[in-house]
Each structure stands twice: as structure tokens, then as C-alpha cells.
Design a protein around this ligand. Structure first.
Ligand SMILES: [Fe+2]
Ligand SMILES: [Fe+2]
Length: 351
């Protein structure tokens, strides 16, 4: 496959001149950040977008989260130019019921751009992914796009806690949905999938840009809420030989940035609700998100876009609803401290 040389950030700073133009489109609420890299760099820069964690109930139960996902769809369809593809980052359903997943599929079919799907624990534990796979296909796969290697993981695998106590499918689902569950199980990627990942990456040169999508963060943030992947270090080890890796995850429902070695982590927003930051264990590189207004269903929620630069590095734009979109460049991430971000999301146009 065609590979792209990833430049170290120091050489990018020196050699690339990135012109950032912000256009606030009249069509939608996302300001598009257009990145133009120096002409001598190889490859075509491109954009992909992200919507996640919609936690849909069936319409007869609750339409609140349907409205939020529809808002995200409207954001995506208003992007001009359209992104190359949209990643749906998991937790499409709330209880994993077939009706919820079908409703989600119906709403996502309104997207103009192609959609890549990733699974979350709320989609999985009612029927162990049966309906999800029927609708969306494989839960673990990779693809190449414009010289970048993309990997989609199922990071919500846990050991069997349901057979021995003879849990019903719904009991199994609710067990996973509970935060601060003293009997909870930690997510893993698991040995079998780690072997698959090793094999998948074995064909890829270490200078190729690798972007990994996982539902849970591929590091250890806060165990009692499963903001955590138990075999994160082993997955990081598999990714360690690449010059630069970007991990994009959902599940934490908050602006969350981190960098560990060669891996940059981007935690994305939910359309349904924001989680607060965990009471302890926040990595020092994490930025604090403005708290949601409890009387406003959209506050603290949103979606986002990614600019993959011709160098293979990735910049993120968080589109926090009712705030101005915030571009975070890959170069900023190691310098971001939680206190710096307070107030950095300026009030935006009302929605
Ligand atoms: Fe979620
Ligand atoms: Fe989740």
C-alpha cells in the first residue's frame, strides 16, 4: 500500500506553514477549519467527521435523544465540503434493543457522507452484538484511505459475568450500563483481537499514519466508570513501533485529550449527555470541559471533525453545541493542562 512519511512535530513546525481559515457557515453550526499544508508535502489532506454516543430509546419511550442525534445529523449534512466519511463512535442504542438499533440505523441513513460504524457496550450486551452486526456488519475491521491506515476495534469486551448467575439479556445489559458497580468488569480489547491487530499492522510500514477508533479510551483513566481499557498497555505496545498514532474514542462523553509516547488520544463528545470528569485519575494532559446546563438538553453535547494533514498528523475540531467550535492542533495536545481550557469554549450562536 501507499505509505506516507510522518514528520516529527519539530520538523513540521519548521517546515509546514499551516494557514487556518475559519468560516462560519450559514448552513450549519460547525465552523469549518480549512488546513492548507505546504505544497511540498506528499499526499492529500482530508477531513472526516465524528458523531457518537446517542443512547437512543425507542420513540415510544423517549424522543429526547432522537432529537439530539437528528441535530448531529444536521451538523454533518451541513458540512461544506462534505467529509470523506463519518465515524459513528458507538452507543447508538441505550439498552441494545433491536428497535433502538433499527431506529438508529434509520436516522443514520439520512447522512450524506459514507458512514463507518463502531460498537459500544450499550449496543452489545443485550444480544452480544447480534442485531448490531446484522445491521452494520463487522465490529472489528481496518481500511486504508488516502495513505492512512484506519483500524476500528471492539474495545468493550469483558469476561463472562452472566452465565454463572443465569442473568437474562436485559440484566446483562443493565449490569454493563451501571457506573460505580462494585461487581463491574473492566473493558478489554482481548487476546484474540490483539493478535488480529498485530497481524493487521504487520503489513504496514512504521512510517504510515495509523488512526485507531476505539469506543473506550485505550488508556486507564477511571476504573469505577469503565473509563478504562484493562489491556491498554498491551495495545499501546502493539502500536509503539509507528512514528505517530492517533486514537479517537467515544464513551467518556467529554472533551478529553491525552498523549502517551507516540499515541495522541482524542475523546469525543456525545449527542445525548455529557459525563462529568472523573473524581480522580484525570490525566494531567486532560482539559476540563464547561459543565452542562441541566435544563438544556444540548448543553455539553456535540460532535466534531478531524483534519488529517498531509503529514499524517491530526487536528480535531470539537463542535460543542452553543459554543464556538474549538480547533485543537496535534501540536497543542502535549501543552494542554486542565486549567487552561476553562472558558476556552466561547459562547456561540444560539441553536
Ligand atoms: Fe456512551
Ligand atoms: Fe459506552
Amino acid at each position: 500500500m501507499k505509505t506516507r512519511r510522518v514528520q516529527r512535530s519539530s520538523s513540521i513546525t519548521r517546515r509546514d506553514f499551516l494557514k487556518v481559515a475559519v468560516s462560519t457557515t450559514a448552513l450549519g453550526s460547525i465552523g469549518l477549519f480549512k488546513m492548507e499544508a505546504a505544497a511540498h508535502e506528499e499526499g492529500n489532506p482530508f477531513t472526516f467527521a465524528y458523531v457518537s454516543d446517542s443512547h437512543l430509546y425507542e420513540r415510544k419511550v423517549n424522543e429526547r435523544f432522537v432529537r439530539s442525534l437528528e441535530k448531529g445529523i444536521n451538523d454533518m449534512n451541513s458540512l461544506d465540503p462534505q467529509p470523506d466519511f463519518i465515524l459513528y463512535g458507538g452507543d447508538l442504542a441505550q439498552l441494545g434493543l433491536p428497535g433502538e438499533l433499527e431506529l438508529g440505523n434509520q436516522i443514520l441513513s439520512q447522512l450524506k457522507a459514507p458512514v463507518k460504524m463502531m460498537v459500544g457496550e450499550h449496543d452489545w450486551y443485550f444480544d452480544m452484538g447480534k442485531k448490531w452486526r446484522e445491521l452494520f456488519g463487522k465490529d472489528i475491521y481496518s481500511f486504508d484511505h488516502k495513505g492512512v491506515h484506519f483500524v476500528v476495534l471492539n474495545s468493550v469486551i469483558v469476561e463472562d459475568y452472566w452465565t454463572k448467575p443465569k442473568m437474562t439479556p436485559m440484566e446483562r445489559m443493565l449490569f454493563m450500563a451501571q457506573l460505580d458497580n462494585p461487581n463491574g468488569r473492566s473493558f478489554t480489547v482481548g487476546k484474540e483481537q490483539r493478535e488480529w491487530l498485530k497481524e493487521d499492522l504487520s503489513k504496514i510500514d512504521s512510517s504510515t499514519s495509523v488512526i485507531v477508533f476505539s469506543h473506550s479510551p485505550l488508556y486507564k483513566y477511571y476504573k469505577p466508570w469503565n473509563f478504562w481499557t484493562d489491556d491498554a498497555e498491551q495495545v499501546q505496545e502493539i502500536l509503539s513501533r509507528f512514528d505517530a498514532v492517533t486514537v479517537v474514542h467515544g464513551h467518556t462523553h467529554q472533551v478529553l485529550l491525552n498523549q502517551i509516547g507516540n499515541i495522541t488520544f482524542h475523546g469525543m463528545l456525545s449527542t445525548a449527555w455529557p459525563w462529568p470528569y472523573a473524581p480522580r485519575g484525570v490525566p494531567k494532559l486532560t482539559i476540563q470541559m464547561d459543565r452542562a446546563d441541566p435544563f438544556d438538553q444540548f448543553d455539553g453535547c456535540g460532535d466534531g471533525t478531524f483534519d488529517v494533514l498531509s503529514s499524517g498528523q491530526v487536528n480535531t475540531t470539537y463542535n460543542l453545541w452553543a459554543r464556538k467550535p474549538r480547533l485543537i492542533t496535534y501540536e497543542e495536545i502535549p501543552r494542554l493542562w486542565m486549567t487552561q481550557a476553562l472558558g476556552t469554549f466561547e459562547p456561540g450562536p444560539s441553536y
